[in-house]
Design a protein around this ligand. Structure first.
Ligand code: MRU
Length: 351
């Protein structure tokens, strides 16, 4: 099987597998400037916290290239860095919840600022962006290894949204753990939610499981309760967009409901995320900004109305699951359990 790699850097052009078109069409969009990358993140042609981070890193590369060809800044390091920081602010604003975006931009700006020779900056930035991309796949494979034994031999796992290769450089986070469990020989059923309203589950996760040859059954988001109540789910695993120091976890809208239902029904609830998703600057999840997206994503599907014209719709894209509902957080550095204040410090190398 060919690995799914949604992000490709090809000699100055960023090529993204357009996730708004899947599964109907496999279309690659070509991006040549950082504003184009910002638009692709905002419009969700690329989505998923780690994939957004990788795209943001290449956006910084494209911003630096643009600045280096503008005469007045190419001679003056201070103006170049100031302009690059401004571009970084624009990139950071593309989507607010996934901390991997800001994490990647910060990491890139630190590289630019640490290079005294202006003629070397672009070369260093490109190497760093490629490094972030390669590292992400390695991290995901380690996460898979660390989490695979949580997959229930003979049981059933439920997952939400899309956390596979499409949401990362390759392999995935929560979907990567499911894949690693399956590839290690464990056999279990897989259920995935549709994930209203953008249908990351129905469109993207179902497509990925088909590509991987892992049998998976699609359910509507609101079927999760009855399935847990009837003993048809052994564990839930999701990804994360931002994890506060105490383990409170922001993830796709509907994750909190699944976690509460899992607790009510005595089912373990796992999160899988790289340590770049952990934001130790926030003590709790209360301060995580929740992205509000256009109501038209709720009232329409691919341009076709699914609600009366003119109806008001609210569209919070994420929610925060309090840490008390989370059984464990799988990271590339091991499986963190309560108290998360301690275990996340250890996992992120901050103890
Ligand atoms: O709005 P999206 O599709 O970017 O949201 C994605 C999620 O919520 C994922 O669960 C999360 O980013 C983890 S992806 C590996």
């Amino acid at each position: 099987m060919n690995e799914i790699r949604p992000i490709l850097w090809d000699d100055g052009t960023l090529k993204l597998l357009d996730q708004t078109r899947l599964p109907a069409e496999e279309v690659v969009v070509e991006i040549n400037d950082y504003r184009g990358a910002v638009a692709a993140i905002r419009d969700m042609q690329v989505r998923g916290a780690p994939a957004i981070g990788v795209t943001a890193a290449y956006a910084v590369v494209m911003a630096a290239t643009e600045l280096a060809t503008t005469d007045h800044v190419s001679v003056d390091r201070a103006s170049f860095l100031a302009a690059l920081r401004e571009a970084g602010t624009v990139i950071n604003a593309a989507r607010p919840t996934a901390v991997n975006l800001q994490w990647a931009v910060r990491r890139m700006l630190e590289v630019a600022e640490s290079e005294p020779d202006l003629s070397q900056v672009n070369h260093r930035l490109l190497a760093e962006a490629k490094g972030i991309q390669v590292e992400d796949e390695e991290i995901n494979r380690r996460m898979g290894d660390n989490g695979k034994e949580l997959m229930p031999e003979g049981g059933a796992v439920l997952t939400h949204c899309n956390t596979g290769a499409l949401a990362t450089s390759a392999f995935g986070t929560a979907l990567g753990v499911i894949r690693a469990g399956w590839e290690s020989g464990r056999r279990f059923q897989v259920f995935n939610t549709e994930t209203r309203p953008f249908l990351q589950g129905a469109r993207l996760t179902s497509w990925e499981f088909q590509q991987l040859g892992i049998p998976a059954t699609l359910i509507v988001d609101s079927a999760a309760g009855i399935m847990m109540q009837h003993g048809e789910i052994s564990c839930v695993i999701t990804g994360a967009d931002r994890i506060a120091a105490n383990g409170d976890t922001a993830n796709k809208i509907g994750t909190y409901s699944l976690a509460v239902l899992a607790r009510e029904n005595g089912i373990p609830f796992y999160v899988a995320a790289p340590t770049s998703t952990v934001d130790l600057s926030l003590d709790t999840g209360e301060d995580i900004e929740i992205e509000q997206r256009a109501g038209s994503e709720v009232t329409h599907f691919q341009g076709t109305p699914t609600a009366p014209v003119g109806v008001e719709a609210l569209n919070p894209a994420f929610d925060v699951t309090p840490h008390r509902y989370i059984t464990a957080i799988v990271t590339e550095n091991g499986v963190a359990r309560a108290p998360f204040v301690e275990s996340l410090k250890l996992a992120t190398g901050n103890s």
